[in-house]
Ligand binder design. Structure first.
Ligand SMILES: C[S@@+](CC[C@H](N)C(=O)[O-])C[C@H]1O[C@@H](n2cnc3c(N)ncnc32)[C@H](O)[C@@H]1O
Length: 197
């Protein structure tokens, strides 16, 4: 009999719900431990897999996770109930841009619409504590980012998205107050934190 978390992952994959790989989530857990994070904000819940898996690796954290798609949110809420995780994982059904944090977070995970990485960063970085850290997932977007010039005009939306991901990367690298580590885990991840912590 499969464990509930494995079932959630397998169901998500079966229905083509985009979820993080276990490697990626394990990497996030390592970063969270390295930066002693306990309060986490995740943009992009999908069906709750990354939050619940992260909680299984770091049982003391509190995660707020935001999802705008009602069906996915309902699935996530069901999964949180099944795993009896509602004291540690708070899922909100709304567009992330409508969410105004009332607290500091020490880890921000950006895993929403990829073209909006910059907008998510601008909106939520002010709520990341001074010693906190940001992780951006899918920074290579299936290898497309390094090959953006070769994406044909017939795939205009893809090209625009990939260009936005690349633009955000350039922006982050030019911020002199930040340290940026790019890692080859999953589909490419960025770890961002302040130089003066
Ligand atoms: C890659 S999936 C998240 C996967 C999840 N973190 C996991 O690994 O299990 C991205 C999700 O972000 C949601 N999303 C995209 N833009 C959003 C926004 N502005 N506000 C809230 N959710 C958003 C999408 O509906 C989608 O379900």
């Amino acid at each position: 009999m499969k464990k509930p978390l494995d079932q959630i992952r397998d169901e998500a994959l079966k229905h083509a719900v985009p979820i993080m790989s276990d490697n990626s989530i394990e990497f996030i857990a390592k970063v969270a431990s390295r930066f002693s994070c306990s309060k986490i904000l995740e943009i992009g819940t999908a069906v709750g897999y990354s939050s619940l898996k992260l909680l299984s690796l770091l049982p003391d954290v509190h995660i707020t996770t935001i999802e705008r798609d009602e069906k996915r949110f309902e699935q996530a809420a069901k999964h949180i109930d099944i795993l009896e995780a509602s004291e540690s994982v708070r899922a909100l059904c709304m567009d992330a841009f409508d969410y105004l944090p009332q607290e500091w977070f020490d880890l921000l995970i950006i895993d929403g619409a990829k073209a909006q990485n910059q907008a998510f960063f601008d909106r939520f970085f002010p709520f990341v504590s001074k010693r906190g850290v940001v992780i951006v997932d899918n920074i290579d977007f299936h290898g497309h980012v390094s090959l953006s010039d070769s994406i044909g005009n017939d795939r205009r939306n893809l090209r625009q998205m990939v260009q936005k991901i690349a633009k955000f990367e350039q922006y982050i690298y030019h911020r002199e107050d930040l340290i940026v580590e790019k890692v080859n885990v999953g589909d490419g991840m960025m770890v961002i934190y302040r130089k003066e912590r």
